[in-house]
Each structure stands twice: as C-alpha cells, then as structure tokens.
Write a protein that binds this ligand. Structure first.
Ligand code: MSP
Length: 646
C-alpha cells in the first residue's frame, strides 16, 4: 500500500534581508513537522526557497553595482548554508528565477487572461517598494500617509497595468472558508480575513512597467508580473504543475502553508483565488504563526537588534536552538526573545531536566550494576505512574503535533522527563543498593533507561542530532530500530545492554558571559528616570475601582515547578494562562515542595511588569495569603486557566 502524503511549505524568503531567527523559526517548524510525519510513515514533502524578483532587489543590486541575478546568487548561498547548519532537510529549494518556475508563472498568467479573469487597464495609486504592495487611498490615509505595513514611504505610481478580478471569486472564497473551519488558523486570523473579504475586494494590479527585474507578461514584455503572483505560484511550480509531473498529482493540495502573520492576506485571499481561477483544489490549511520580537519590538537592521542564528548556533548548538524556538514560543502568537531567556531554557530543560536524567541514570547503572542494564526483576510501588506516561504521552504529543502546537507537544514529552527525575527521588536507588534490594534496583534503573529512550524518540523530529548521542550512552547505538516511533512501547532495551557513560550532552551555560551581557545591553531600551513616575499621587490608602481594574488577575495552571539553583527562597513556575505560558518566579520555596503544586490552578497577576530574579525573567506574580509565618498559595478549584478574577 502506498504511503499517505504530507506536503508542507514555508514562505520563500526575500534575498534582500539577512535571515534572522524569525525566519529560522518557520523553517525549523516545517522541518520538524516533516521529520515527525516521516517517522509516522508518511511520504512527507517539504518545500522552501527564495523570492528573488521585484523592484526592491533590482534597486539593491544596482546599489551594489551588480547584475540582479549575480547579486541574488550570492545571497542564496548564505540561505542554503544556514539551512544546512540547522539540519533543515528540505525536499526542494525553489528559486523564482529558475526557468522551471518562470515558465509556470507565464502559463498561469496566460490561462487567467484567456479566461477573462485578467484584463489590461490603468493603475494610479500608492505603492510601497519595500513591501512590494499596493495600497488604496483609504489605507494610506488611515496610516497617516505612510505604508500601513512597514511605516515607510509610499510612491504614487500611474501606469498601464494588468488587473486580476478578485471579486469574481469573493463569494466562493467566503463559502470555502465557512465550510472549512480549519483552512485559516489561528481563528483570530480567520475572522480578520472574513471581515476583509466582506468589505469587498478591489481588482488587483498584477503587472508593472517601471522596472524590469521580474517575469515578463506573455506577449507584452514591457510589463513584468507582480511579485506576489509570481511568488505564490512557487508552491505548485516546484511540484512541476503543467508539466505532467507526478509530484503535482501526488502532493497537491498542500497540507499546510506555514506563514508569518504579516502575509496571511496574500495566502488566504490572493492565492486561493488564483487557484480557484485555475480550477485547482485549495491548500488544506494556512497557519499564521506569530513573530519573534526583541524587547517587544520588530527586529531590524536599522535598530541593530537582528538576532543572527548562525552566531547562536555556534554558541549553543542547533539542537538546543531548535528546541528553544519550538518550546519557548507559542506557534500562533508573538513572543519575546532575549539571550537570557534562551540560556535559561537550555539550562533548565536541557541541561538540568533532560541532561541530568541521562547523567544520573548512567552514573547509577555504572556504580550499582557495573555498567549493565539488567532486566526488571521486581515491581516497585512507584512504577505505575511512569509506565502509564509511556503509553499516554506519545498520543498526547501526536495530538499536539497535528495542531502545530509544538510547545505543548514538547511539554507533553517533559511529563516523562519530569516524572523520571521524580521517580529517582521516590525510589532512591542508592538506598535500594545499600539495603541489597537488587531486584527493585534493577527495575528502577531499567525503567529510567527506558524513560530516556522513549523521550528521546519523541524528541527526534525537534533535535535530530541528539538521539545518536543518547543512544551511544545507553549502549544501543547499534540498534537504530529502537529509535523509531514503532519502538515506543516499553521494554525495548535488551537486558544485558552495556552502557557507555559520557560527557553531559547539554552542558550548563554560564549566563553572565561578557558576550551575553553585551548583546543584552545593546538590545535594551535606555532606562528612564522612573523616580518621579513612582511617586504616588494619593497619600491616603484608598484606591478607586478604576485603579483596581488596572490589575489584571487571572487563573493560571501550574505546569511545572522547580527550585531555583542557589536561591533558597525561590521557586520557578511555568504557568499556563489561557493561550499563553509564562515563567513566574515566586519566593515560596520555604513553604512548598514544588512537585505538590503541579497541576494546581492559582491566582496570577497577569499584567505585572516583568522583573528579573536570579537572571530569570518573571512574567507575573502568584497571589498568596499570609499570616505570621504561615503562607498559603491562593488556589482555584473549578475555574480553568485563562479565567478572570475580579
Ligand atoms: N517573500 C515573501 C513571502 C512570499 S511566500 C509566497 C516574504 N518574505 S520575507 O523574507 O520578508 O519574510 C518571510 C517570512 O518571515 C514571513 O512569513 C514573515 O512573517 C517571517 N518573519 C519575518 N520576521 C519575523 C519574525 N521576527 N518572527 C517570525 N517570523 C518573521 O514575506
């Protein structure tokens, strides 16, 4: 039987910009999804590439004194190098300057013109070269005379132009969106697009005569085809559309186009309409992820805050970065990046939780059993919970992956990692060894080795270089079949396996390196003198209801809780508040064992300005009741996280 197919794409990137960590985000997500689907037995196809035409590139090449094609050739090499570095295993890399692409764009143009969907007219309007986008009078006015997307200067252009009659298909598109609730995700973007279409679609100008770096309009070569029409076509030209290529039959329609939130309109209005006009099926899903911000703002060359993934990869390893990108940020909403957050995530999750689990386990197997993993001999009272997770977590992770909820998929895997660390403390193998209980000891160490193996399988799509390192330490490097999805069931490691203890696979990173401090300082906005701001206007103790309303109190669920190293009083929590996950540090370590708080619903001050405690950014506060030396965390029994407290 032939394998089911899965076709996933990233946007094709402009070669005018240096690729930054935001571009890596989408590409790592697509690569992870592809690897995951392949593990699950799919014939997965992953397309990425470069969007090389347009006035912006033409101008940049001229400024560099180069032919546009030579100019882009050089940049494309840096793209490929970056993807190699990040182990991006794409199936195809399309360049819009390749003849295989240009031919298809021209054929499509001709077909739509013959059908009457494209006509020749005259265009007068506002054009942003930087965004390669036309805007209406109203859009420009609303934005205060500048480009509504980038805030830059817009040119007034008047020229003969070909137009695409988008409105012919508006009704059909609305019906499609209505009948396919999963087509545009997240839902907020879907609603935005529905409203946009309902306002009426203007005919789209799709050719230009004022520059020449583009694909010529067939039979009228003084016009070049609008870059977006050109670029969007990549998703099918790469499959050999119109060329009897069996890949087109096999993979189209795409299962998902991953796009940033800024280019949803092109992918959910213009692209589907082009496909409808061509009588082709529409992609099953367009997923708009959020942006990675620096100090809550956009990265840009002019601000000097562009985060270069190459530098980070050399410093921290690509597996760690890939993990960080997918674990730290919620796919679908914006997230803030800083090198401290990155280091913290690596230290806590990879060095402490995962890395230590491997070191502790291999150390104990070496010390107590001469380096041999023995068969489980006698059940302990703590086994069931861990063994149950081996069954439920893969399903939970799979469900999250289908929804592109990478952060939750990884949080699910961490249930095994966290539980396994706790299991060590519960079972105290050193005590079993001391008391001569070798049967239970064998069980505990076997179960721990399996916990590591099983979680490693689940992490493979995200961290493709890690399994080989773990498997060497577990002594099963010659059994790659034990790393496959089909081998997830408990009991894979043969009894008698000899392990090979090694160095920590994710060494702890010392946060305050000079370089980190430098990067952080450069990115930080200047501190304002806040003394005056902090002066209270009212001297009495009363606040008005409006004052109180400023405090945003919400129900949060504690997903993780752990001690903060070298800080006796502090606990670090991962708290889910509706759609988002936050890190909150609280000084209640004296009163609670972190493990007992996991799963509790608590009261969170959600709009508290983030503060750094021991280098960890705390994004909120947990409310407690206090009297004398007693303290109790306020918990909520029946309202789910995300609920408001007032
Ligand atoms: N060439 C077009 C896409 C054509 S697809 C048919 C384009 N290129 S781009 O290089 O400017 O941007 C590509 C993608 O990068 C967009 O999806 C954009 O949202 C994404 N990102 C740019 N900055 C980003 C972040 N800071 N964070 C996450 N993604 C961001 O648009």
């Amino acid at each position: 039987m032939s394998k089911p197919t899965y076709y996933i794409t990233t946007p094709i990137y402009y070669p005018s910009a240096t690729l930054h960590i935001g571009h890596c985000y989408t590409t790592v997500a697509a690569d992870t999804m592809t690897r995951y689907k392949k593990m699950r037995g799919y014939d997965a196809y992953f397309l990425t590439g470069s969007d090389e035409h347009g006035q912006k590139i033409e101008r940049a090449a001229a400024a560099a004194g180069m032919e546009p094609i030579r100019y882009v050739d050089g940049i494309i090499e840096t793209f490929r190098e970056l993807w190699r570095k990040f182990d991006i295993d794409y199936s195809d890399f399309i360049r819009t300057t390749q003849p295989r692409h240009e031919e298809v764009v021209q054929k499509i143009f001709r077909k739509l013109k013959d059908k009457g969907d494209i006509y020749l007219g005259a265009y007068e309007g506002h054009y942003c070269v930087s965004c390669e986008t036309f805007f209406t009078e109203t859009q420009i006015k609303d934005a205060g005379g500048v480009c509504p997307d980038c805030g830059g200067k817009v040119d007034i252009v008047k020229e003969e132009s070909y137009f695409f009659k988008l409105d012919n298909y508006a009704e059909r598109l609305l019906r499609y969106i209505d009948e396919n609730p999963d087509f545009i995700q997240p839902v907020s973007r879907r609603n935005e697009m529905i409203n946009f279409i309902k306002q009426g679609l203007e005919d789209l100008s799709i050719s230009r005569t004022t520059f020449s770096w583009g694909i010529p309009v067939p039979d009228d070569p003084k016009h070049v085809i609008y870059v977006w029409l050109d670029a969007l076509t990549n998703y099918i030209s790469a499959l050999g559309y119109t060329k009897n290529d069996e890949r087109f039959e096999r993979y189209w329609p795409a299962d998902v186009h991953l796009v940033g939130k800024d280019i949803v309109r092109f992918h959910t209005i213009i692209w589907p309409i082009m496909l409808m006009a061509l009588d082709l099926p529409l992609p099953k899903k367009v997923f708009a992820h959020g942006w990675i911000l620096v100090n809550e703002g956009k990265m840009s060359k002019s601000k000097g805050n562009v985060v270069d993934p190459m530098i980070l990869a050399d410093k921290y390893s690509t597996d760690a970065l890939r993990y960080f990108l997918l674990r730290e940020f919620i796919f679908g909403t914006d997230g803030n990046y800083s090198e401290d957050i990155l280091i913290n995530r690596i230290n806590v999750d990879l060095a402490n939780d995962f890395g230590n689990l491997l070191s502790r386990t291999t150390a104990m197997i070496t010390k107590f059993q001469g380096g041999i993993i023995k068969a489980p001999a006698k059940k302990t009272e703590h086994d069931d919970e861990l063994l149950e997770l081996f069954k439920t977590v893969p399903e939970e992770m799979a469900a999250c992956m289908e929804k592109l909820e990478f952060h939750n998929a990884l949080a699910a895997v961490w249930k095994i990692v966290t539980k396994a660390n706790k299991y060590i403390d519960e079972c105290a193998p050193w005590a079993l060894n001391k008391s001569g209980n070798s049967e239970e000891l064998a069980t505990v160490l076997y179960n721990l080795a399996e916990a590591i193996r099983i979680s490693t399988i689940l992490l493979t799509p995200v961290m493709p270089n890690t399994p080989a390192k773990v498997f060497v330490q577990l002594g099963i490097e010659d059994k790659p079949e034990l790393g496959e999805w089909q081998a997830l069931a408990y009991g894979g490691i043969p009894a008698g396996t000899e392990i090979h203890r090694g160095d920590p696979i994710f060494p702890r990173i010392e946060a305050e390196t000079e370089e980190t401090v430098k990067v952080e300082k450069k990115n930080k906005p200047q501190k304002k003198d806040t003394k005056n701001e902090q002066k209270r206007e009212n001297t009495d103790n009363c606040i008005t209801i409006d004052d109180f309303a400023k405090v945003e109190l919400k129900v949060g669920k504690i997903l993780r809780a752990e001690k903060v190293e070298k800080a006796d009083k502090l606990l670090k929590f991962t708290v889910r508040v509706g759609e988002e996950e936050r890190t909150i540090v609280s000084g209640i370590a004296k009163y609670y064992d972190p493990a007992e708080l996991i799963g509790k619903n608590v009261a969170v001050v959600a709009n508290l300005k983030p503060a750094k405690l021991r280098g960890i950014e705390s994004q909120g506060m947990l409310l407690c009741a206090e009297k004398g030396d007693q303290l109790e965390l306020i918990t909520i029994d029946t309202i789910d996280d995300g609920g408001r407290i007032r």
